[in-house]
Design a binder for this molecule. Sequence first.
Ligand code: SAM
Ligand code: DTB
Ligand code: SF4
Length: 330
Amino acid sequence: MVDVLRERSDSGNSAPVRNDWKRADAAALYNLPFADLMFQAQSVHRLNFDPNHIETASLLSIKTGGCPEDCGYCSQSAHYDTGLKATRLIDRADVVATAQRARDAGATRFCMAAAWRSPKDRDLDQVCDMVSAVKGLGLETCVTLGMLTPKQAARLADAGLDFYNHNVDTSPEFYGKIITTRTLQDRIDTLAHVRDAGIKICCGGILGMGEHVEDRLAMLVLLANLPKHPESVPINVWNEVQGVPVNETAERPDPIAMVRLVAAARIMMPRSVVRLSAGRQYMTDELQALCFLAGANSIFIGDVLLTTKNPQRDRDMNLLSRLGVASGLA
Ligand code: SAM
Ligand code: DTB
Ligand code: SF4
């Protein structure tokens, strides 16, 4: 049995941070009796975080649709007829106004997403301006723009960017079944450029595309064995989109399997913020509460994510207040 609490801590009062996870370790954790798994996850969580706090992040699509990549889950890929209207990069003033509203509604982080394979240099100029302006509002900044060169990552760092979101999405084995226009190694290369530039990393993936439990665990192993753990780990449940290939294979994760995976993520990446990201609208309040107990400590707030739905603000406020959780929302 893997018992992280009995392993030597590297700082005396905190859980160990390992980068040498084997798939068998992850499976052993995941398959623990539920009470034992939850006890370990909660213990690790309490050593590293305030268990009564949930981070609230907000998302904005700054360039929607028409993306040249063929990600089989995505409404924004130009390869599929999803009925989505493509837009150009929106104006900085609109971004700032939306960020201000998000801050007033309780968000502490503002993530700007663009449907690009990689940004063009003149687009990056505009995104850098947006980052500086949003940071000026007192918000943490995050952008997700596709693949970056080392130079582009350095420019974002100079603009003051706090986080770059770039997901590995799934296991190495399942990756090629979902995306063919880039490789997992391309993703890992960009993550390295972002790290080298000194920007914090937000990196996770999607559940419910037809992958097996082994794929989900392999994805956690991949994340937990990066040279440094991502500071933020978004766990998305696939948000249904018409017209994309994943529609043919999708299967929503069993709720207990979902909690087990969050608990395993918490134990394997003890100091990372684990975000319950897309797909919360499919989850009951009770399932979300269990995920928070298992160590999830961040959510996206706002009625929409990029192109799909998120729970309504009132529902989130009601849930967090019943749980006695402190957040920007409460
Ligand atoms: N184009 C950039 C990229 O792919 O990195 C940024 C935007 S992309 C929409 C960001 C992430 O959203 C993807 O990596 C994927 O993990 C997630 N995502 C996209 N469509 C989704 C869906 N329908 N349900 C859940 N997550 C989704
Ligand atoms: C992440 O892991 N989840 C967010 C954020 N990073 C950019 C995106 C979720 C997108 C859900 C699908 C949509 O709304 O289009
Ligand atoms: Fe493009 Fe990102 Fe959607 Fe893939 S996930 S199609 S890269 S917007």
